[in-house]
Design a protein around this ligand. Structure first.
Ligand code: NAD
Length: 252
């Protein structure tokens, strides 16, 4: 039980990587706030966890909305009294749209869900973490946060922002008992493709040119195990790190 009695928020926990992290954290003894835009999916994950003897509650929230984030934190503290671990996992794709075609609307939507949301949840968590002089943050970045060739311009910029956010938070609060790390997955088998309605033909052709060098797709469990390591005391000296998990894709 590596997370015994720890209170953890996992955003985007209704599907894919977040769902796997929520289940694994609960198996390791954490009390999990299963946060998702999709109420039904969040409730299903909570039912899975509680029927296996774990502790979890669902909170429906759009992480792009400041009021929803306030509600998420209010409910977390009202339910479990505190927060120990924040996993910023919710994210959406960008239809591979390149800069010549990007609209302000798409840019703002992707940046607000993927990057601004993480700034806001961390800002909120800080008031709790600084008082305790203890706290753990795990952000989902992407290979697209380290390379220019994996998505459209908005997703790529948003994930590079996550990398910068992660390193700055880690640096600023390194003497305050707070650790902040990120995971940069390559391709993982989840439902994120459903956030792509009409991929841009030119952008997709450019992105797909790199697919041949991808050794394989990963499974959500292969990312969740990293999120467990980063949240546990096993990673007590790990801070400001971006963990690449892509089966060797970035080594190409
Ligand atoms: P997924 O689509 O399977 O799950 C994402 C979950 O987030 C969904 O349940 C969705 O309802 C929720 N969500 C979306 N927007 C939200 C919002 N505004 N507020 C609250 N919840 C919201 O996707 P996934 O692949 O598991 O993605 C998880 C994270 O991993 C994302 O940040 C994604 O960018 C990152 N990532 C995924 C891959 C991949 O190949 N799957 C690769 C690199 C990084």
């Amino acid at each position: 039980m590596r997370l015994n009695d720890k209170v953890a928020i996992v955003t985007g926990a209704g599907s894919g990587i977040g769902k796997e992290i929520a289940n694994l954290y609960a198996n390791e003894g954490a009390k999990v706030i299963v946060c998702d835009l999709n109420e039904e999916a969040a409730n299903d994950v909570v039912n899975q966890i509680t029927s296996s003897g774990g502790q979890a509650v669902a909170i429906t929230a759009n992480v792009a909305n400041e009021e929803d984030i306030q509600h998420l934190f209010d409910q977390t503290v009202a339910t479990y009294g505190t927060l120990d671990i924040l996993v910023n996992n919710a994210g959406i794709m960008d239809n591979f749209v390149p800069i010549a075609e990007i609209t302000d609307e798409l840019w703002d939507r992707v940046m607000s869900v993927n990057a601004t949301s993480q700034m806001r949840t961390i800002r909120k968590a800080m008031s709790i973490f600084l008082e305790k002089e203890k706290g753990i943050i795990v952000n989902l970045a992407s290979a697209a946060g380290l390379q220019g060739s994996r998505a459209g311009v908005a997703y790529t910029a948003s994930k590079h922002a996550v990398v910068g956010l992660t390193k700055n938070v880690a640096f600023q609060y390194a003497t305050k008992g707070i650790r902040c790390n990120a995971i940069a997955p390559g391709g993982v088998n989840t439902n994120i493709g459903t956030t792509m309605s009409e991929p841009d033909a030119f952008g997709m052709e450019r992105v797909m040119s790199g697919i041949a060098s991808n050794p394989r797709s990963g499974e959500p469990s292969e990312i969740a195990s990293i999120a467990l390591f980063l949240a546990s005391d096993d990673a007590s000296f790990v801070n400001g790190t971006i963990v690449q998990a892509d089966g060797g894709w970035m080594a190409y």
